[in-house]
Design a protein around this ligand. Structure first.
Ligand code: SAH
Length: 217
């Protein structure tokens, strides 16, 4: 892809490499997705900076390094089916679509789901299935998933997500209290899971249906 975003996009990739991101598949996925198309127009100049940006509804598009890191931990193969909880702008879903055969992404705020669906379709990622709904319940119709990624913070692992994980599948999520989580990876082995803990991170909260009074409307 060659456009006037080439330079900032290349700089973003350098930043990812500087932070130890070496996985070539993930780097080429990050290089392929036009991140500026997923941010509000007035913030486009900052689209490739390594930071989260507001996307409306009090939500954010995740920092590029975070997306790369989480996607790397999923270790997706080209034939994988993957579920994302928290579509937001649709950016991470596009990155996932570069790496996996099937992507389902679920978002609780319908206006964000609609906008992400339109952006993804416009950019040729129409096969990403964006579902408006509660991601704490996963999305059973397309289960099992070889990878599940949660883009919002939760103190507990939602049981439905573990249930919808394929044997050997990986669930990557920011686990912990609202002010600080640890990037955590669960790998399912039959009825048990191994758990690994990685970087300290801060995400917007994963809203359970019973929290609706506290969440954006
Ligand atoms: N992956 C996104 C960033 C998402 S921010 C991107 O690339 O832009 C986290 C998103 O999770 C927000 O849009 C928020 O509305 C959504 N979210 C929070 N709780 C949720 C839930 N229970 N189910 C689905 N989405 C949820």
């Amino acid at each position: 892809m060659s456009d006037n975003w080439d330079v900032p996009r290349r700089r973003m990739l350098e930043t990812l490499r500087d932070h130890g991101m070496a996985n070539p598949r993930v780097l080429s996925a990050m290089a392929a997705v036009p991140r500026h198309c997923f941010v509000p127009e007035d913030l486009q100049q900052q689209a490739y900076a390594d930071r989260a940006l507001p996307i409306g509804e009090r939500q954010t598009i995740s920092q590029p390094l975070m997306v790369a890191r989480m996607v790397e931990l999923l270790e997706l193969t080209a034939n994988a089916r993957v579920l994302e909880v928290g579509t937001g702008s649709g950016y991470a879903a596009a990155v996932l679509a570069q790496l996996a055969a099937e992507v389902v992404s679920i978002e609780r705020i319908p206006s964000l789901a609609n906008r992400a669906r339109a952006t993804l379709a416009e950019l040729g990622y129409g096969r990403v299935q964006v579902v408006a709904g509660d991601g704490t319940q996963g999305y059973a119709p397309a289960a099992p998933y070889q990878g599940i990624i949660v883009a919002a913070a939760t103190a507990e692992v939602p049981p439905a997500l573990v249930e919808q994980l394929a044997d050997g599948g990986r669930l990557v999520l920011p686990l912990g209290p609202p002010n600080l989580q640890r990037l955590t990876r669960l790998i399912r082995h039959g009825d048990t899971c191994t758990r690994e803990v990685f970087d300290a991170v801060i995400f917007v909260p994963l809203i359970a249906p019973s929290d609706h009074d506290n969440g954006p409307t």
